[in-house]
Design a protein. Structure first.
Length: 386
């Protein structure tokens, strides 16, 4: 009986020690994810891209094509599609570049009109609610004889500086230029890591069978089956998420392009594509979707009615997509509740900035797929699910 009583504090200490180790391990993992975020973002993008392209590679393998050759063909076609899409966008942007001087003038006029209207509203509110204090008569200051003397017309040059004195040099800096120079290092890292994505995708596709079998060798018995089911769940979720978002983006881009062309907004193809796909960005999509038509209307000096209609079209399509299309085509396959989605966006956005906002939902859904297949983690999967 005494041994049982003595074992209770020991069990409590072991439990607290286990909790403390878990907290320390979680902190170390978060620190590593933040410190090496460029590497993890690159690998995550490569993994998601490889999961999307895997069905096409498997289809070519069924036609007796070697897996390495099939992976190369699929990656080459994907890069070719990205090249033609970028070329089309570049041509549109080059034609827009001729309107940059007009855009500056139109934007200045727009800002001036808005500021004038705001100022008139403030003046009207001041006249209605504010009471002006009685004005006091202003008496001119008394000048003595010394102050009546005329000031010298110019200040004589003080002559050369004494030795050892360094003259002060003022450099006029441009905030935009300073920001670009400050971000050059980050842009170089992003461009360098982006160049590794095609190579990673190719090796993941060509060595897929070897990596899959080698990974399963870490597990034995039922754990191996659980690991295989978890990988299959992650693959299905990633394909469903990306395919659903792509289909919704194409639908929004097509409808936006048609409606922008109807209201005679300039560059409807580029503006419609940008507005449609930017509308898919979580939480900030409603603002980002309205920016392309707003900028296009200001750049071309379009009437205010076209500007207003363009913004309203983008906002309306975003609301329809997020409330009707997204829950049906994406949410039904991801199975994450809104609270977890919001928390995951906050967490991954803090760690990885804009890339974290884009990758937060597929990463969290992948973790849920693992929790759903591991017996001791199923309770966490229920918390994450809807």
């Amino acid at each position: 009986m005494q041994s049982r009583i003595d074992s209770v504090p020991e069990l409590a200490r072991e439990t607290m020690r286990g909790y403390a180790l878990n907290i320390i391990a979680a902190g170390v993992i978060v620190a590593i994810l933040y410190w090496a975020r460029i590497v993890f973002i690159t690998v995550t993008l490569a993994v998601i891209t490889a999961l999307i392209l895997e069905p096409f590679v498997s289809l070519l393998v069924k036609f007796r094509l070697p897996r390495s050759l099939a992976s190369f063909a699929v990656c080459a076609l994907a890069l070719l599609a990205l090249y033609f899409a970028g070329l089309a966008g570049y041509r549109q942007l080059s034609s827009i570049a001729s309107d940059v001087p007009a855009f500056k003038g139109n934007l200045a006029n727009f800002v001036e009109n808005v500021s004038n209207r705001v100022q008139r509203i403030e003046e009207s509110g001041t006249r209605l609610f504010a009471r002006r204090p009685p004005q006091q008569p202003v008496t001119p200051p008394v000048q003595n004889r010394k102050s009546r003397k005329a000031a010298p017309a110019s200040v004589p040059d003080s002559g050369p500086l004494p030795p050892g004195v360094i003259p002060e040099v003022r450099i006029h800096s441009d905030p935009i230029t300073d920001y670009i120079y400050a971000q050059l290092g980050t842009l170089y890292q992003v461009a360098l890591m982006a160049s590794f994505v095609p190579l990673l995708v190719y090796f993941m596709l060509s060595w897929r069978d070897h990596l899959y079998k080698s990974f399963l060798l870490f597990f034995h018995g039922e754990d191996r089956t659980t690991a295989a089911l978890s990988l299959q769940g992650i693959a299905v979720m990633a394909r469903a998420f990306v395919a659903g978002n792509f289909v919704i983006g194409v639908m929004l881009a097509s409808v936006s392009t048609a409606m922008f062309a109807v209201i005679h907004l300039e560059y409807p193809f580029l503006i419609g594509a940008l507005s449609g796909f930017l509308s898919l960005v979580p939480y900030a999509g409603i603002v980002l979707a309205a920016l392309p038509p707003l900028m296009a209307a200001l750049a071309t000096g379009a009437p205010s009615t076209i500007l207003i209609f363009g913004v309203l079209i983008a906002v309306a399509l975003h609301l329809v997509a997020m409330n009707v299309l997204y829950p049906t085509m994406v949410g039904a396959r991801v199975h994450l509740n809104p609270l977890i989605v919001t928390l995951s966006l906050m967490f991954w956005g803090f760690l990885w900035d804009a890339a974290g906002l884009v990758l937060a939902i597929p990463i969290t859904a992948g973790l849920k797929a693992v929790c759903d297949n591991v017996a001791r983690l199923k309770n966490y999967g229920r918390i994450l699910g809807d």
